[in-house]
Design a protein around this ligand. Structure first.
Ligand SMILES: NC(=O)c1ccc[n+]([C@@H]2O[C@H](COP(=O)([O-])OP(=O)(O)OC[C@H]3O[C@@H](n4cnc5c(N)ncnc54)[C@H](O)[C@@H]3O)[C@@H](O)[C@H]2O)c1
Length: 443
């Protein structure tokens, strides 16, 4: 079966979710582009958008329409070539309308898993539940005579476990999009022990056609991205517990969040990132990773306590940030939740004390000025050099954080999660928008 044939009959499971809706969009556009190739004229392309709720699926179709319209407007010149033989398509508006029609008419929404029984390729983005994923894969695999290939978006479950559990005989690949899939450039590709070479080769070609950056990861729970992120969380939590011996927990969270953002030149502080992903999601990913971890305890009592206090974070359906460990106004943090007092403490009340505690700190370049700056390397060497020479509690905290992040990166290579240091740096640079990879020799 060729690449184009494989993409003629596809299903996306969890299509109304955060990740599924993005995967649906990318796949619908790729399939429509294939269907417009002269050699595919007259062939049928079908994409089933499967989820449990009709209402949510209706919302996804609206999202799809608005996004495809934007895509069509951007590539109208290329579309003119696609539609060159159509004499009734002259104006840009007519071409855009036709493309919108062609993309949307491939998509069939469904609340029935049976819709996937004739697909040759199944993308899966349902919730992170190993048992549910295995059950659904088994059901489709048993009833689908086409021996479909399964691309799972799992963040943490070993792909080999899903393969064995659902008896897929290697017709599975970890294809870990980052959130949101339509915008984020990174995809972690994870081969299970038995993944067939043709399944991997197709995945790599599909990623290339979507213009994604691929970071391969070994099949170890959490892979590279969460392998680093989750351990980074545990380090932050242990710093908070240490600091809270001499200050309130809200102060400690504020300080660690500030250091991890400003002094480490990251786009957001660690607790803001936890809110972005969701406290519950982070806690759940940790528990899945922990269940596969032999040497290390991967669990955060601090996250448990936030969850017990009803603090969850995450996002509203329009993508705006919900309150979590931090409280937000117009997307900016304005307060920190204090677990003892069970209320948010305004940042204005915390910052003066934090400055006093941190002491002298070298001026850090802003993340924004560095992230795509081609001349950033010497700036980092100078800045981190200065940080090393600074003797203040703030500088020590920042250096410990920086070194721990590097050690985590190296651990991922040593323990065989990442193939090489470069892949760790690619994941953190591309998937987490860090201005530099954690494995470096700045200090
Ligand atoms: N959110 C992220 O940042 C992120 C990033 C990378 C990977 N992931 C992974 O992607 C997957 C989905 O995560 P999400 O954040 O999009 O979750 P989500 O809760 O937003 O979406 C899951 C969707 O699956 C649907 N669903 C649940 N059970 C179903 C079933 N039996 N059949 C069909 N649909 C069903 C739900 O209705 C929901 O629409 C998880 O495995 C997660 O670990 C998430």
């Amino acid at each position: 079966m060729t690449y184009d044939e494989r993409l003629q009959h596809v299903s996306v499971l969890g299509a109304a979710g955060k990740m599924g809706s993005g995967i649906l969009l990318l796949t619908a556009v790729e399939m429509a582009d294939l269907s417009l190739k002269p050699e595919n004229k007259g062939k049928t392309f079908v994409l089933h958008a499967i989820d449990v709720s009709d209402e949510a699926l209706a919302g996804v179709m609206k999202y799809l329409r608005s996004q495809v319209l934007k895509i069509a407007e951007k590539k109208v010149v290329a579309l003119r070539d696609f539609y060159a033989g159509h004499q009734n398509l002259i104006e840009n508006g007519e071409i855009i309308e036709q493309y919108l029609f062609d993309v949307l008419s491939l998509v069939r929404t469904s609340t029935r898993i049976e819709s996937a029984y004739r697909s040759t390729l199944v993308f899966e983005a349902i919730r992170e539940d190993p048992q549910l994923k295995v059950e659904i894969f088994s059901q489709i695999n048993t009833h689908n005579e086409k021996k479909p290939w399964f691309f799972t978006n799992t963040s943490s479950i070993p792909i080999s476990d899903l393969d064995t559990g659902a008896k897929l005989e290697g017709r599975i690949l970890g294809f870990h999009f980052y959130n949101p899939p339509a915008i984020q450039k990174l995809v972690e590709v994870i081969k299970a022990e038995k993944t067939l070479p043709e399944v991997e080769a197709f995945g790599l070609l599909y990623a290339k056609n979507l213009r994604k950056v691929v970071a391969p990861s070994h099949d170890i729970a959490g892979f590279i991205g969460n392998g680093h992120f989750m351990r980074d969380i545990l380090h932050a939590a242990s710093e908070v517990s240490e600091l809270s011996q001499t200050m309130t927990e809200a102060e400690a969270v504020f300080i660690v969040n500030k250091i991890s953002q400003e002094a480490l030149i990251r786009p957001m502080g660690i607790f803001q990132l936890i809110d972005y992903v969701g406290v519950d999601v982070c806690s759940y990913i940790l528990s899945v990773m922990d269940s596969f971890s032999k040497k290390e305890k991967l669990h955060s009592p601090l996250l448990d306590r936030f969850l017990q206090a009803g603090i969850k974070g995450g996002q509203f359906s329009d993508g705006s940030q919900k309150d979590g460990i931090l409280k937000y106004e117009k997307g900016r943090p304005v307060a920190i939740f204090d677990l003892k007092l069970q209320k948010y403490i305004p940042v204005a009340e915390l910052s003066e004390k934090a400055e006093k505690f941190l002491g002298v700190m070298p001026a850090a370049p802003s993340w924004k000025s560095m992230v795509s700056n081609p001349d950033r390397e010497p700036v980092f060497v100078e800045y981190f050099g200065l940080l090393k020479q600074t003797e203040s509690p703030g500088a020590k905290l920042a250096l410990d954080y920086f070194r721990r992040s590097r050690d985590i990166g190296k651990q991922l290579v040593d323990e065989g999660v990442a193939y090489c240091e470069k892949d760790v740096n690619t994941v953190l640079r591309t998937g987490f928008f860090h201005a530099y990879g954690p494995i470096n020799d700045y200090v």
